[in-house]
Design a protein around this ligand. Structure first.
Ligand code: SF4
Length: 380
């Protein structure tokens, strides 16, 4: 891991960005935000006011995401009249909703100058998420993570039960009272290409109650340590690698040992880990042989969209190989000693040293080809 502290970045523009980020309310708050529901243990640390200490966190991608997010929402507010970054809260939770699209009934109850240009057909809570190109295919294919879904459901629930928070700057919204949220929307934006992908779901009260239950379990815990670690730990999870509570969460282990070794205390733990390992290996073996069979089945298929997926290939080009018989002839012509058993590598070195061109010929087999499966372009 590379140390990414401000001091280590002396002279870099990122020093300023890291310092500003450290002062943002989210980096210092001890009240649970709906967006903190990514890990039970982490939510517990926030509530307990545990010191944030992660000298290895690399927040650059997240900070870029914040800049893009803020710029997009501000322009949507100015150009489309979107209602952005509004606060919702109850005794347990607080959060900033990226955008709320009022329906005609609610829009008619706000002062004229605050009305949306076009009211929504149903009242919608929207969350804008920036994502990297590395995981874009997964985002388009599978949509929000469980934690992202939980966050937006909690926003919607707060709006349905309390309405907008009673704070300066949005009192006219607070006066609307509880609102009939009918839909939640995720707007994913790729940080690298600008591509946009929107997914909508009808508001589901049962799922929202599950999200509330999750928060209540966190609030009930007497110490953060009682709460589950929802991610696999340093080196295995980016969420943990960049978590401000990594030091509190993962006890120190002997130098060179993986942080996860701290989860094994005795032979019972070893037996349980081994049994789970055997089961995981069996699932992996079955999935791997199925993948190999399917890969062979597709070997002769041309690139293109098939159903929901796009098939692509990389590699598989003709390749050249050293022409050993031609090298032997060249050695003889140049009065060089041909080894008793031709050693292609050594002969190449001799020819290069002698300033002669190494003869090559087209190989009978092609370079290996890799399959590339992505979301079908039509579907994306
Ligand atoms: S280090 Fe990982 S498991 Fe621990 S609190 Fe942070 S996110 Fe959760």
């Amino acid at each position: 891991m590379t140390t990414m502290t401000t001091a280590a970045l002396a002279g870099s523009i990122w020093g300023a960005a890291h310092d500003a980020d450290a002062r943002r309310p989210r980096s210092v708050q001890t009240q649970l935000g709906a967006s903190d529901t990514i890990c039970q243990r982490r939510a517990g640390y926030i509530l307990a006011g545990t010191e944030r200490n992660n000298p290895y966190a690399d927040k650059r991608a997240a900070i870029l995401g914040t800049y893009i997010h803020r710029g997009l929402l501000e322009d949507a507010r100015r150009e489309y009249g979107w209602l952005v970054e509004r606060v919702v809260a109850n005794d347990l939770l607080r959060g900033h909703i990226d955008a709320v699209h009022l329906d005609a009934e609610a829009a008619a109850r706000v002062p004229k100058r605050h009305r949306p240009l076009v009211p929504a057909d149903v009242l919608t809570v929207e969350d804008v998420k920036t994502k990297s190109a590395r995981i874009w295919d997964r985002v388009v294919r599978f949509g929000p993570t469980a934690a992202e879904m939980r966050q937006v459901l909690l926003y919607a629930l707060l709006l349905r039960e309390v309405g907008f928070a009673d704070i300066p700057g949005q009192r006219y919204l607070h006066r609307l009272g509880p609102l009939n949220v009918q839909r939640i929307r995720f707007r994913f934006v790729c940080r690298d290409t600008g591509e946009e992908h929107v997914q909508e779901f009808p508001f589901d009260l049962w799922l929202a109650e599950q999200a509330r239950w999750w928060v209540e379990r966190v609030l009930e815990a007497e110490t953060p340590e009682e709460l589950r670690r929802d991610h696999d730990g340093p080196g295995l999870s980016k969420v943990c690698d960049n978590c401000p509570f990594i030091t509190a969460c993962w006890p120190e282990v002997a130098p060179g040992d993986a942080a996860q070794t701290a989860l094994v205390h005795d032979d019972d733990d070893r037996a349980a880990a081994l049994a789970a390992y055997v089961k995981a290996h069996e699932r992996f073996r079955a999935a791997d042989s199925e993948k190999k069979r399917l890969r062979k089945m597709l070997d002769a298929s041309p690139e293109g969209d098939y159903g929901a997926n796009h098939l692509g290939w990389s590699g598989g080009n003709d390749r050249d190989e050293t022409d050993v018989p031609a090298m032997v002839a060249l050695f003889e012509d140049a009065d060089l000693v041909v080894p008793m058993v031709p050693d292609a590598e050594a002969m190449v070195k001799v020819l290069r040293r002698a300033g002669l061109v190494v003869p090559v010929r087209r190989a009978a087999t092609r370079a290996s080809r890799s399959i590339k499966v992505s979301v079908a372009r039509k579907a994306a």
